[in-house]
Write a protein that binds this ligand. Structure first.
Ligand SMILES: O=P(O)(O)OC[C@H]1O[C@H](O[C@H]2O[C@H](CO)[C@@H](O)[C@H](O)[C@H]2O)[C@H](O)[C@@H](O)[C@@H]1O
Length: 371
């Protein structure tokens, strides 16, 4: 797995890039998929037009500048610069730092016995993130394929435990990558939930944003098209703007173009920051954590006493699920990371290959306990 520089920082080091005007509490719990979409007010009709921009290229907005800072602070200096300033850690230092970190976030592999002990008499529900968890991080998001071996293991594990894939990707895209009809899928960071079988929509809390997100996707495509390396991905209820392949000197331009679009929707859309990606999302009180709780409820597994939910993920958006489980004293979050970082998870795994080992262990444990 390629090491993502973003991992070198803790989750708390970068600002949270959210819109300041969250949805009102009165809408909490309301299935807004049941509400009609109203294109009034904040939805400009001329979004497909390129937006006139300043010639200077200097970021003129505090918020846009803080986005850029977050992108930069989550990337290490180039190797030559690190060497010159004597900043380069030896691999021994890195190993020591990782082992020290593991005291706080023990390996889920070495703690496997402990995990299954606490699962005794309980029903386990598995929640798996996709990118960086089931598939390695790669330069081209369209080529983030999971291995056949991983697919076989996920298929096996789903025979014994209800299993859901929770991803920032569109549900269709992640379904296409995973290809297992027997799973639950929550795409768009949990905003598009489907049950096993063919097209069983369970919940789409951001349905009213569908047209807006689509328009923003096209505007972002238009407004970033001349920036080399940018990739805009339509995730149905959110949009990803990837800058992994953009020269760092153009990151400010990426931010500026995203900001130009986003400021048209000051109360409707917000920006979050993932692994070399900016993500435009609706302002609704919904995230991967809420999706997990929704799925547990739908599965009739929301009784904490006899259910052990386990969530495996690598990204900031997975922290919402870790937090939900930790605060509800409800199962375990497992962070996938090959470098130390702060998390609400309980355990850790280094990379997707360790995730595969962990899932295999579950299958073996279940098979042996059925003998
Ligand atoms: O919730 P996830 O399943 O982890 O999805 C999060 C984002 O993953 C993808 O982007 C990331 O993986 C790409 C492929 O390895 C990588 O090129 C990119 O830099 C990463 O940010 C996906 O493309 C995004 O849409 C997801 O939101």
């Amino acid at each position: 797995m390629s090491l993502d520089p973003m991992d070198l920082k803790t989750n708390h080091s970068a600002p949270v890039l959210t819109d300041p005007a969250p949805i009102s509490k009165s809408r909490l719990g309301v299935h807004s998929s049941l509400l009609p979409y109203s294109p009034s007010g904040t939805f400009p009709s001329d979004l497909f037009l390129a937006i006139p921009r300043k010639k200077t290229g200097v970021l003129d907005d505090v918020r846009a500048r803080s986005w850029l800072d977050a992108m930069k602070s989550s990337s290490p200096p180039p190797k030559w610069m690190a060497k010159e300033s004597n900043n380069e850690f030896s691999s021994t230092d890195t190993d020591v730092a990782y082992r020290t970190w593991q005291r706080q976030y023990p390996s889920a592999l070495t703690s496997f016995e402990q995990i299954v002990k606490s699962a005794k008499g309980k029903r386990i529900a598995l929640f798996l993130d996709y990118d960086g968890t089931l598939s390695p991080i790669v330069d081209n998001p369209d080529c983030a394929f999971m291995s056949d071996a991983m697919r076989a293991v996920v298929k096996n594990v789903a025979k014994y435990f209800p299993t859901a894939i929770i991803s920032g990707r569109s549900r269709d895209k992640v379904y296409e990558f995973v290809g297992l009809a027997e799973l639950y899928y929550a795409g768009s960071h949990g905003m598009d939930i489907m049950g096993p079988g063919k097209e069983v929509n369970l919940f789409q809390p951001a349905r009213e944003f569908l047209h807006m997100i689509d328009a923003v996707f096209h505007s972002l495509m238009e407004n970033t098209k001349e920036i080399n390396g940018v990739k805009v991905e339509n995730n149905k209820f959110c949009v990803s703007v990837h800058y992994r392949n953009v020269d760092e000197k153009y990151w400010a331009t990426v931010v500026q173009r995203v900001h130009e679009i986003l400021k048209q929707y000051p109360t409707r859309l917000r920006l979050t920051h993932g692994r070399k990606v900016l993500e435009v999302r609706p302002v609704i009180d919904w995230d991967k954590g809420k999706a997990v709780m929704f799925l547990l409820e739908s599965l009739g597994l929301s009784n904490c006493e006899d259910v052990l939910p386990i969530y495996v993920g690598d990204d900031r958006t997975d922290e919402d699920a870790f937090k939900e489980l930790r605060e509800g004293n409800h199962g375990y979050g497992i962070l996938v990371s090959s470098v130390p970082k702060e998390s609400k998870a309980f355990y850790s795994l280094r990379d997707p290959s360790e995730v595969m080992e962990f899932l295999k262990s579950f299958v073996m444990w279940k098979q042996s306990s059925a003998l």
